[in-house]
Structures are given as structure tokens and as C-alpha cells.
Design a protein around this ligand. Structure first.
Ligand SMILES: NC(=O)c1ccc[n+]([C@@H]2O[C@H](COP(=O)([O-])OP(=O)(O)OC[C@H]3O[C@@H](n4cnc5c(N)ncnc54)[C@H](O)[C@@H]3O)[C@@H](O)[C@H]2O)c1
Length: 334
């Protein structure tokens, strides 16, 4: 199936298909120099399959993990392209999770003021969220995603079969982003995840529904000026927990925790059951005092208030300006 992201001159196709990786040469224009970027945790055959389909490929494998989304690796990718004589007509393909997508997309968007970039996401988080929408970034001076661009990919190829090698911890953390999209925008998606008896079997449909949510939001607000913030549901408290937890929890696990206080009390039991079904956390030992400083530094913080996304009824959401102190007190109507 092909989902078209309609963004005027920046429009592109998202191909979602089991086995798509095996026919990557038919899906992408690889008849040029191609920098194939992957990391050491991604099964090497995925990037090798892409490289084998290129006219002239240059494979770069960086160490796995968030720590690789840095200036050194950004420089490494740019240097390699320059050394190999890449021109504006050449391209980059990122094969991996959100780390690879963000880093390779950023390098492609800067090299010669921007060359084509294709995403081949291989984690659930990257397939439902980070590979589409055009946000690219690296972490800098200890601040996550602080240097980057809005730059849409040329095409995204999603092969759910690549998720078979992903460990369950990562899979479930990625699912938290789909639960989030169900909560804010698609009650049927939420129910599908809630009632699924075979997650691997249901993944293509879950990915498709999640992509439709993200597509609609990005099309209306490509530069995150307003509506796109609904994708931040669960992220305000989630980011505070992630910063404080220092790597002990995956991003999706922090989002899971962050969704609970932003959901109406009447929904929390139901949300908690779904989170527990997928081994996602529903409680933390961190105290309000420990989290408050991180909330006060949130980039969405206005003068005294923070814009948060709340869900009162599954499938719909609203944005509210709140005093960060009240969030952690669980003061729903504040
Ligand atoms: N640009 C955006 O809009 C956006 C949105 C959300 C998150 N992000 C970013 O995404 C990143 C997180 O992405 P992630 O959760 O995909 O993490 P990740 O890229 O670190 O991948 C997680 C782990 O899975 C391994 N892996 C990847 N594919 C695999 C596969 N098919 N089989 C086995 N192992 C595999 C990787 O080597 C890595 O160790 C963060 O840096 C975050 O800031 C970006």
C-alpha cells in the first residue's frame, strides 16, 4: 500500500508493505551515488540489501544508541559524502530506527543545502512516527534534538517484516506511540491495540492507522506551529521522566507514563490495562519535586505556563495552558 503525504512540492510516498525491503531497487531511485547509513544494532543484512540495489553505494555503520546522534557522526557522514564526490543529484538512505533517521536526514538536509534522503525505518517507533514528518536532528551539548531541520524525506519504505528481529522491549516502547495516536485521534486504533490477540499479525494495520493519524496532523501543520503539538500527548511529563531517568527507560516507556496524568481520571484504568498488556510502565518512583525542574525547562513552556495535550474521551484531545506545578499534583481540571 502507498500512503501519499500531501505537502505541495515536498509531497512524498510512504510505501507500507511486508517484504518491501526485498524490492527496494524498484521503489527508490538508487541509480546514483548512495550513502547508506545504519547502526551496529540493526541486522546488517538490511543495509546490505539496500546497498546491493544501488549503482554505487557507500555504507556507513555507526555505533547503536542515542549517543550516536551527535556532531561527530554528523561530520562523519558529511566528510564521507565530500570525499566520495557526492553532488546534489546523489542521495542518502537511512536504514534503522529513529536515531539513524534523525542523523542521516539531518546530514542529507545540510549537504550542499539539501540532497534527497530516503528512510527505511526498522523499529516500530520509526515506522509509526519518526520516519515521516520531516523532523531531523542531532543532540548537542547534552540537549536532545536541539540542532536540526525540517526537511521531508523523498520517500519512506516501511517493511513490517524487519520488526521480526526487534526485541520485544523496543517493540512495545514503539507501540506506546501508536497507543498515543489512538488516544488523541483514533478510538478504533486504540481498541485494535487493546484487543489484539496477535500483535505481530496486527502490526501492519496498526502501523497504517498510526501513519494516517501522523499524516493528517503533519499535512495541516508541517512546521509544528500548532496542531502538530497533539503528537506531544504524554511527552511533557514523559520528557521530564526521560531526562531524570537518565537512560533507564526507553522513550516510549516514558511517554506511556506521561499519558496517564494527561488522561481524564475516568480513562486511566482502561489506559493502564493496555499499557500493562504490553509490559509498559504505569508508575514511577520519581517524585514531583524531582520532575518539576525538568518541566520548567520544557521547550513548550511559555512565561508561566506550559501547553499540554489532554484526552477526555478516547479519540479526541484538547490543548491547554497549565501551571506545571498542577500537572504533577494530578490536578486534572487545573
Ligand atoms: N524525527 C522525529 O519526528 C522523531 C520522533 C520520535 C522520536 N525521534 C527520535 O528517534 C530516536 C529513537 O528511535 P528508536 O526508538 O527507533 O531507537 P533507535 O534508533 O536507537 O533503535 C533502537 C535499537 O534497535 C536497534 N534496531 C533497529 N532496528 C532493528 C531491527 N529491525 N532489529 C533489531 N534491532 C534493531 C537499533 O540498533 C537500536 O539499538 C530518538 O533519538 C528520538 O529523538 C524522532
Amino acid at each position: 500500500m502507498v500512503i501519499r503525504m500531501e505537502l505541495g512540492p515536498q509531497s512524498y510516498d510512504i510505501v507500507l508493505e511486508r517484504g518491501a525491503l526485498q524490492k527496494i531497487g524498484d521503489l527508490l531511485d538508487l541509480d546514483r551515488k548512495v550513502l547508506v547509513v545504519t547502526d551496529s544494532g540493526v541486522p546488517p543484512e538490511y543495509a546490505k540489501t539496500v546497498a546491493a540495489a544501488c549503482k554505487q553505494s557507500f555504507l556507513v555503520t555507526i555505533p547503536q544508541g542515542e549517543g550516536s546522534k551527535n556532531m561527530d557522526n554528523f561530520t562523519l557522514l558529511l566528510s564521507r559524502m565530500l570525499e566520495e564526490g557526492f553532488t546534489r543529484k546523489d542521495c542518502v538512505v537511512g536504514v534503522g530506527g529513529g536515531v539513524i533517521g534523525d542523523l542521516s536526514g539531518f546530514a542529507a538536509s545540510c549537504y550542499m543545502r539539501g540532497i534527497d534522503c530516503y528512510n527505511v525505518p526498522t523499529t516500530l517507533l520509526s515506522q509509526v512516527d519518526s520516519s515521516i514528518g520531516g523532523k531531523t536532528a542531532i543532540d548537542f551539548n547534552g540537549v536532545k534534538n536541539v540542532v536540526g531541520t525540517f526537511s521531508q524525506p523523498k520517500k519512506v519504505v516501511i517493511d513490517p517484516d524487519t520488526l521480526k528481529t526487534l526485541d520485544q522491549w523496543q517493540l512495545h516502547a514503539g507501540l506506546a506511540e501508536s497507543i498515543k495516536m489512538g488516544m488523541t485521534s483514533d478510538a478504533r486504533l486504540f481498541e485494535r491495540i487493546e484487543t489484539s490477540e496477535d500483535l505481530m499479525e496486527d502490526l501492519p494495520a496498526i502501523i497504517e492507522a498510526s501513519l494516517m493519524v501522523k499524516k493528517q496532523v503533519v499535512e495541516q501543520d508541517p512546521h509544528e506551529k500548532g496542531l502538530r503539538r497533539i503528537l506531544n500527548f504524554g511527552h511533557t511529563v514523559g520528557h521530564a521522566i526521560e531526562s531524570k531517568a537518565g537512560g533507564a527507560l526507553l522513550h516510549g516507556e516514558c511517554v506511556a507514563l506521561g499519558m496517564l496524568p494527561m488522561s481524564a481520571p475516568s480513562l486511566r484504568d482502561r489506559l493502564e490495562k493496555v499499557l500493562l498488556k504490553y509490559d509498559l510502565p504505569t508508575g514511577t518512583n520519581l517524585t514531583s519535586e524531582q520532575l518539576l525542574p525538568w518541566l520548567l525547562h520544557d521547550k513548550k513552556m511559555g512565561k508561566d505556563t506550559l501547553t499540554v495535550v489532554k484526552v477526555k474521551e478516547i479519540g479526541t484531545c484538547l490543548m491547554e495552558e497549565v501551571d506545571p506545578r498542577t500537572i504533577l499534583e494530578g490536578d486534572w481540571d487545573a
